[in-house]
Design a protein. Structure first.
Length: 144
């Protein structure tokens, strides 16, 4: 993200949204925190929502992969229905109109991806495996 054109809040948001892999979703706040982690503070979740709304489908940014906190679809009417449809088409699952947590990506995972594909573990900033193992120990579950 170098250069004056690449440092506008809109271009930063678009590049981060492009990093969300198909079949995953991120919250508006996650995008804002990822920008801050890159040293490009753009404001908060509302700024991200405003930027995505201003695109109005004029480019290929996968706007449908950005949702409200906790995986809630915030768009009303047909736009929300379109967002749900696109996410389901990518394999995202819902429980009572909320995205299941395993399909949500956090800022560390987002920063460890490049343009919609997961990096190899050696390249990743942080691996989700230790967190998963700690959760398994806490709940006494066997990991296959």
């Amino acid at each position: 993200m170098a250069g004056s054109e690449d440092s506008t809040p809109s271009s930063i948001v678009q590049k981060l949204v492009h990093r969300i892999p198909p079949g995953r979703a991120a919250s508006y706040g996650t995008i804002a925190r990822a920008a801050l982690a890159l040293g490009r503070p753009i404001g908060g979740a509302r700024t991200v929502a405003w930027i995505l709304a201003s695109l109005k489908g004029t480019n290929d940014t996968p706007w449908h992969r950005v949702v409200g906190a906790g995986g809630v679809i915030l768009l009303p009417d047909r736009r929300g229905a379109l967002q749900i449809s696109r996410l389901r088409h990518e394999g995202v699952r819902f429980f009572k109109a909320v995205i299941e947590p395993r399909f949500l990506i956090d800022e560390s995972e987002l920063l460890a991806t490049r343009r919609g594909r997961q990096l190899r573990r050696a390249e990743a900033v942080s691996s989700p495996q230790p967190r998963r193992m700690a959760e398994a120990r806490r709940h006494r579950i066997r990991i296959a």
